[in-house]
Design a binder for this molecule. Structure first.
Ligand code: ZN
Length: 339
């Protein structure tokens, strides 16, 4: 008889040609909702058909991220589909398309508006039915709070954040019958203390910064690619579904919550025969910025001018030596006032 370990090796070969996992982020699949968070149905259908035609396996988010976390590798190019907030178009419009194609997906729900039966949100009975047909229903807090924005000014912030997450988890457990240990930060906002607590609780957690998932990822701040608004077209998505992670220890990234209005990231990349570091480029809020190289594998990137309070995004990409695909890293900053 084959041992459990051998079976696992056969399924998740320790081959050096590990395939990355790219996670897509959706909110609405609809026409009339805000453009930046909406994917039109025709685009959504085209995306799903394209993924299947191109040979992607659409994976169960929890299973795939746990496998990578445990050091196993994906042997097929893989995508996971996630939907934040639990908006009604996900249940009414996206779900029939996903069910028809037999694809798994995850809905990160904000539990209060669903409990209160707010218009524009899925109902618990819809979510329960979806959970019996390929959907994972997971935690996105009770009320979509800015969990860490008062971390420097309000001593209660940490207890409030923990209570919020625990309550949402209990509600999902009660309504759906099971609650996986998956958490998506509202607005993609987190800090080191919250990440550490989520890790101790056994969660895998997701941000809203771009990037690809691999063995060196931070499993309390996994990146997701936005597949809505300007990013919904196949042209825009092509570089993302083929992306790989820039390889370095992501747990060494600085705390994204800062009072510094010119926050800086320093990254020490693993040597690579594939990613072409001399062509690495960084973008701050979508605009190219200068990269300072401290060695052939170590660079720093910061915005050239002081930034306003609020969320900002740093993306860095390097092409493969042959031109494509692209290797990514990203950090979302949350700058808050110093007083
Ligand atoms: Zn959200």
């Amino acid at each position: 008889m084959l041992s459990k370990k051998l079976i696992s090796l056969l399924l998740f070969s320790a081959s050096t040609h590990a395939q990355p996992l790219n996670i897509l982020l959706y909110h609405h699949v609809a026409e009339q909702t805000p453009h930046s968070t909406s994917t039109r149905l025709v685009h959504f259908q085209n995306q799903l058909d394209h993924f299947i035609e191109q040979g992607y396996q659409i994976v169960d988010l929890e299973h795939a991220t746990r496998q990578i976390q445990q050091g196993n590798v994906l042997t097929r190019k893989s995508l996971a589909l996630t939907f934040d907030d639990g908006f009604s178009s996900v249940c009414d419009i996206a779900y029939p398309e996903l069910k028809k194609r037999g694809l798994p997906f995850t809905v990160f729900v904000t539990t209060d508006p669903i409990d209160k039966g707010y218009p524009g949100y899925c109902s618990w009975s819809q979510l329960k039915e979806m959970s019996e047909n390929g959907a994972t229903i997971a935690n996105h807090t009770t009320d979509h709070a800015h969990l860490v924005s008062e971390a420097f000014t309000n001593t209660e912030w940490f207890d409030d954040a923990k209570t919020n997450i625990i309550q949402a988890q209990n509600t999902i457990e009660r309504r759906i019958g099971k609650a996986p240990m998956l958490f998506a930060y509202p607005y993609g906002e987190y800090n080191k203390a919250l990440k550490q607590w989520l890790n101790e609780q056994g969660y895998v957690s997701f941000g809203q910064q771009s990037g690809s998932v691999g063995s060196t990822s931070d499993f309390q701040a996994l990146p997701r690619f936005n597949a809505a608004g300007h990013y919904a077209s196949l042209t825009s998505l092509r570089n993302k579904i083929t992306a790989s992670p820039l390889l370095f220890d992501y747990s060494e990234l600085p705390d994204p919550l800062t009072t510094n209005n010119r926050p800086s990231v320093t990254v020490t990349l693993q040597p690579s025969n594939e990613a072409y570091y001399p062509h690495l480029q960084c973008f701050f809020n979508g605009k190219p910025i200068e990269v300072e190289w401290l060695s052939t594998t170590k660079f720093s990137a910061m915005p050239p001018t002081p930034q306003s309070n609020g969320r900002h995004r740093l993306n860095c990409t390097a092409p493969h030596r042959n031109g494509s695909p692209y290797y990514w890293m990203s950090q979302q900053w949350l700058i808050i006032p110093s007083n």
